[in-house]
Design a protein around this ligand. Structure first.
Ligand code: C2O
Length: 582
């Protein structure tokens, strides 16, 4: 008669060991998996500041669900549109190597997903690790459609810093009591500046400084003596933000899903579209206090803006054996951080200059050392004439506009990428976007009297593997202002920056071609310029625009068309069959 024996602990241990060593074989270490997500776009009633409104969400969540993947994984997201609005989703910062059809900006790489339609975004994450974000990319829908993308290193590959105890995404956003679609459509009608938001949020919560919001406060509960990796994301529409935690400093280790040389700071600046990973080392012992973390804007323009602050709470877990003297948490003193003045450009500049690529053997900085094509773009505000029989609320009775090289970009009614791929650009776009301003002027001096822009759908066409240097120059037209410029489809190296007008004779000598930071979004300094370099190794149509949504709406945007290379793996594959039609 058979005797059934329970496996001994030793046997189980051996079995577990055998299983775990499987992961040490390289085939398994590099096992790339496909991660499936379903995004149902639907309305949801959400209350903030005692104000309830119906917002467009992903899966009824605000902020939306987190995408988690490892470097090398394929991500497949099935988006089903159940709302009346047209929708697209952009995977901000994902390089989309030869997967431009999945990039997401409406009328640039795809027609929008209409009510009742479905589109499957399918892309692979190549050579990136860190934090990015996804967001709606049509009109102002990204005010409520956004979430984190967490890219972990490949299995069994560690961070270039000590493994943190915990990782926490912290997403900044903006809350509007009004319907943001109505806000922007009204502003474009009247030509005036759009209304500003009512609050900033941390993970969707405004925090104690706002009406009715004490209960809507993000709390980060920590243990003493541990290191936390905070994945900061600025998903706000129109505002760069300063961020600080009372009585704590942190170490910046990554920006836009690229590791950087670690540096310490107690305040940081993050523009819309940027992501920054920081290590927060908690105090060695229970501090008998709680601490606010707060964010408020950095603003350099002339218009109105939301100058409020959002805050969350950093709360230490009390010792497990409470001493008789332990004070209940709610009675502990609360420390508040001091944030810089709203227009502190010198802090902003000093902070951004500290970012450097690791530039080592494992994580080289592949800065293009030679340049095939140079471009000089002015970025800034301007105006369009007021239509007859209308009064306009923009500058001197005109309509606000914004431009790149004085061209205010008009989105076509079909997608640029489709037009390009099928050779049907006629009537959709032209390839005569100027490499330099047509009429040079003193960009940061007394502004010219004529502030009119021209309007058009013009692109720059590049051959595959062109190495590009682009200087972006802010203008003082209707006020100098910092512009966070975002390039789709590429990371670029920030090789130089300065104030005043760029000097093509003197400034290039000071470029950093050794360890410049690599990112997808960079602030063009207010009244200054920034120089970037990138290799056009990704065939497709790539949007570039200011990530202040109001400026994008006014036309501060353009597109690069990168042609196919000769080899099969240098060509953009045909579109997926479910690509939405216009
Ligand atoms: Cu995060 Cu074109 O945008």
């Amino acid at each position: 008669m058979g005797v059934f024996l329970l496996p001994s602990p030793a046997f189980l241990g051996a079995l577990l060991f055998a299983l775990s060593t499987l992961w040490l074989f390289p085939e398994f270490a590099n096992a790339r998996i496909t991660r499936h997500y379903k995004f149902d776009i639907k309305l949801k009633n959400v209350t903030r500041l005692c104000h309830t409104k119906s917002i467009v969400t992903v899966n009824g969540r605000f902020p939306g669900p987190r995408i988690i993947a490892r470097e090398g994984d394929r991500v497949v997201v099935k988006v089903v549109n159940h709302v009346q609005n047209n929708v697209t989703i952009h995977w901000h910062g994902v390089r989309q190597l030869r997967s431009g059809w999945a990039d997401g900006p409406a009328y640039v790489t795809q027609c929008p997903i209409q009510t009742g339609q479905t589109y499957v975004y399918n892309f692979t994450i190549v050579g990136q690790r860190g934090t990015l974000l996804w967001h709606g990319h049509i009109s102002w829908l990204r005010s409520t459609i956004y979430g984190a993308i967490v890219i972990l290193p490949k299995r069994n590959i560690s961070y270039p810093f000590a493994q943190p105890y915990k990782e926490v995404p912290i997403i900044f956003g903006e809350w509007w009591n009004a319907d943001t679609e109505a806000v922007i459509s009204q502003a474009l009608q009247t030509g005036g500046g759009p209304n500003v938001s009512d609050a900033y949020t941390i993970n969707g919560l405004p925090g104690p400084s706002y009406n009715c919001s004490a209960k809507d406060t993000f709390k980060l509960k920590v243990k003493p003596g541990k290191t936390y990796l905070l994945r900061l994301i600025n998903a706000a529409l129109n505002d760069e933000l300063f961020f600080s935690i009372a009585n704590h400093t942190f170490t910046v280790v990554e920006a836009d899903a690229v590791y950087v040389k670690p540096f310490h700071t107690d305040t940081l600046l993050i523009t819309p579209g940027q992501t920054t990973n920081i290590l927060l080392k908690t105090k060695p012992h229970f501090p008998n206090a709680t601490f606010l973390m707060a964010a408020r804007p950095y603003f350099t323009g002339l218009g109105t803006f939301d100058n409020s602050s959002t805050a969350g709470i950093l709360e230490y877990e009390p010792p497990s054996v409470p001493s008789s003297s332990t004070i209940p948490i709610k009675n502990l003193p609360l420390f508040k951080p001091t944030l810089p003045p709203l227009n502190d450009t010198s802090l902003a500049t000093n902070f951004t200059k500290r970012f450097r690529s690791l530039a080592n053997i494992q994580f080289p900085a592949n800065v293009p050392q030679t340049v095939d094509k140079r471009f000089f773009f002015t970025v800034g505000l301007g105006s369009n004439p007021c239509p007859q029989n209308q009064t306009c609320q923009g500058p001197n009775g005109t309509k606000f506009a914004a431009s790149v090289n004085n061209i205010s970009f008009i989105l076509p009614t079909t997608a640029l990428l489709q037009a390009h791929f099928f050779g049907q650009s006629n009537g959709v776009y032209t390839t005569d976007f100027p490499n330099n301003p047509l009429i040079p002027f003193n960009y940061t001096g007394t502004p010219p009297n004529n502030t009119l822009v021209s309007n058009g759908t013009k692109v720059v066409q590049l051959s595959f593997n062109t190495s590009v240097e682009l200087v972006m120059q802010d203008t003082s037209i209707l006020g100098a202002e910092s512009h966070p410029l975002h390039l789709h489809g590429f990371n670029f190296f920030v090789v130089g920056q300065g104030f005043g007008n760029f000097d093509s004779k003197k400034d290039p000598a000071k470029f950093n071609l050794v360890d410049p930071v690599e990112r997808n979004t960079v602030g063009v300094p207010s009244g200054g310029w920034v120089a970037i370099r990138f290799l056009a190794d990704n065939p497709g149509v790539w949007f570039m625009h200011c990530h202040l949504e109001v400026h994008t709406s006014w036309g501060l945007k353009m597109a690069w068309v990168v042609r196919d290379g000769k080899l099969p793996n240098q060509k953009l594959p045909p579109p997926p069959s479910d690509l939405p039609k216009c």
